[in-house]
Ligand binder design. Structure first.
Ligand SMILES: [Zn+2]
Length: 176
């Protein structure tokens, strides 16, 4: 029983870590440089076509075509050249896409929390029966289970709010 639980727990952790690494998509490789107009072709460094300044930090390479990162849609280099960043603001996503992102964030959070509940149960059992503390077991168990769900919401909603702020408030401040 405990052996099976440990196996499932290790499996859950492995899948979650692999997913996190895959999402950040950073593997060790040689640094490549491209002219900025070549974006979104993959490169580590982008240089402005016109003046040669490094403009890498403005670009937002997406994890996938179906999930553009949230951020300003374009930026202007100090030389005046305008580029698209590859990002999109929340307000520019259609209602269907917004709904999909909210749904996916909740569904993915629930899925990972379901996997982590095995770890939570293990922690509960250890604290309850090895250390004799039911309260500590419950607190740690619930905490471990809720962690992926809460973590995903925390990576998602501040980005949405920041985007809405930029689009609705930031612009009016800029024009004031
Ligand atoms: Zn430039």
């Amino acid at each position: 029983m405990i052996g099976a639980l440990v196996t499932i727990a290790i499996l859950a952790t492995t899948i979650f870590s692999t997913w996190l690494v895959g999402r950040s998509g950073r593997l060790i490789r040689v640094r490549t440089t491209l002219p900025a107009t070549q974006f979104p072709e993959r490169a580590d460094v982008y240089a402005c076509d016109k003046c040669g300044r490094e403009v890498t930090k403005h670009f937002r390479p997406g994890q996938s075509h179906s999930w553009k990162p949230m951020g300003p849609t374009s930026f202007v280099c100090r030389c005046g050249q305008r580029y698209l960043t590859g990002a999109i603001e929340w307000d520019h996503l259609g209602p269907w896409e917004r709904h999909r992102r909210i749904r996916d964030t909740f569904a993915l959070g629930a899925l990972f929390s379901a996997m982590f509940s095995v770890l939570g149960l293990l922690a509960y059992l250890v604290l309850r029966f090895l250390f004799g503390s039911r309260e500590a077991g419950l607190i740690v168990g619930v905490f471990v289970t809720a962690l992926p769900f809460v973590g995903l919401q925390l990576t998602f909603w501040p980005g949405v709010l920041a985007s809405i702020w930029r689009t609705r408030v930031g612009r009016s401040v800029e024009h004031a």
